[in-house]
Design a binder for this molecule. Structure first.
Ligand code: ZN
Ligand code: ZN
Length: 334
């Protein structure tokens, strides 16, 4: 195990982690000093104590519960409508919405600023991320930045210390109030909240899934009639969303519970090879918690990171630049 060396490097790493959002052209104009300060003081912020109790006290989040029940119920019908064509569509959309949308768009670009892109690309990636069924970019990014600031300590929205099932999906079912939710977004994702187009993309969350479902029905009907239409809908939408959701949630649960630790971090993050493969590189989670801003999450040659391959392809084609490939701020100019 590589022990993270001295206090200086730890502090530098913390600064690097915070800079994940701050050192970005898109964000310079945003009033992000508040969340920068929060990251530094997160551990000692009394307001953040007992986050789980606060969520439970706020009561169940009915829309989220209905959404997740609907998706799981729809997936139960899928075995009755299997077709190879729909399976390929399912796998293609799993990669597009999971790896490109969530892992690359929501996580490495919007949350951590691991690379830069033009604004239309940024909005497009946020839209594709929304098609993963995991909510709008503002919520996702705010929750994940808070997770990094409090990882496996009080205030972490989804730590297995409060139960594996809670970390996996339970936390999603318990709401925070409207006023508190607005404060949460402004505190952790002020850069996204100030982007009018980004907010509009967020409002397209539910309509985009309805359009996606109708498109899959139409394509299936055109290809092979009603049974193929049902196959495309159940596999291309319901099964695919269930796969993407649970694989993403495995990062929050399994990758904080089981696996090896390459770096000594202050949390319980692990490198889990199964999640690494299923989640297109995001399962090398101990690497990521040690160096949150690095675009590559696989740090050994055999830690396959498919999402990073897409980032490199975008860099080579000029769609992305300033890809963060250094571990420490001091490495930047070497
Ligand atoms: Zn984590
Ligand atoms: Zn992260």
């Amino acid at each position: 195990m590589a022990i993270a060396p001295d206090q200086t490097e730890l502090l530098e790493r913390q600064a690097s982690s915070t800079a994940a959002v701050l050192d970005n052209d898109e964000i310079e104009a945003a009033d992000d000093s508040l969340w920068q300060k929060d990251c530094a003081s997160a551990m000692s912020d009394a307001e953040e104590l007992s986050a789980q109790q606060k969520r439970l006290a706020a009561g169940p989040n009915v829309p989220v519960i209905l959404w997740l029940v609907l998706l799981h119920a729809g997936a139960l019908a899928a075995p009755f409508f299997f077709s190879w064509e729909a399976l390929w569509v399912c796998l293609g959309l799993y990669w597009l919405t999971g790896s490109v949308g969530v892992c690359m768009g929501y996580h490495r670009l919007l949350t951590h600023g691991s690379f830069k892109v033009h604004k239309p690309t940024r909005w497009l990636l946020a839209f594709i991320g929304g098609l993963s069924g995991e909510g709008c970019a503002l919520d996702w990014v705010a929750n994940h930045r808070k997770h990094h600031a409090h990882s496996d300590h009080e205030g972490d929205p989804h730590s297995p210390r409060e139960g594996g099932l809670w970390a996996h999906m339970g936390w999603l079912a318990w709401s925070i109030s409207g006023k508190e939710h607005a404060g949460h977004i402004n505190r952790w994702a002020p850069d996204l909240a100030k982007d009018r187009v980004m907010r509009w993309v967020g409002h397209m969350f539910l309509p985009s899934h309805i359009v996606c479902g109708l498109a899959l029905l139409a394509i299936g009907q055109w290809m092979g009639g009603p049974s193929m239409a049902a196959s495309m809908l159940t596999w291309g939408l319901f099964i695919r969303l269930i796969i993407v959701l649970h694989v993403t949630w495995f990062v929050n649960s399994w990758s904080h519970m089981w696996g090896y630790r390459t770096y000594e971090t202050t949390d319980e993050s692990r490198n889990n090879w199964l999640v690494g493969l299923l989640a297109f590189g995001e399962g090398w989670h101990n690497n990521h918690h040690a160096y949150p801003r690095m675009a590559a999450q696989g740090h050994k040659w055999w830690e396959i990171d498919m999402t990073y391959w897409v980032i490199l392809a975008m860099k080579w084609t000029g769609l992305a630049w300033d890809v963060v490939d250094y571990k420490k701020i001091s490495d930047r100019n070497r």
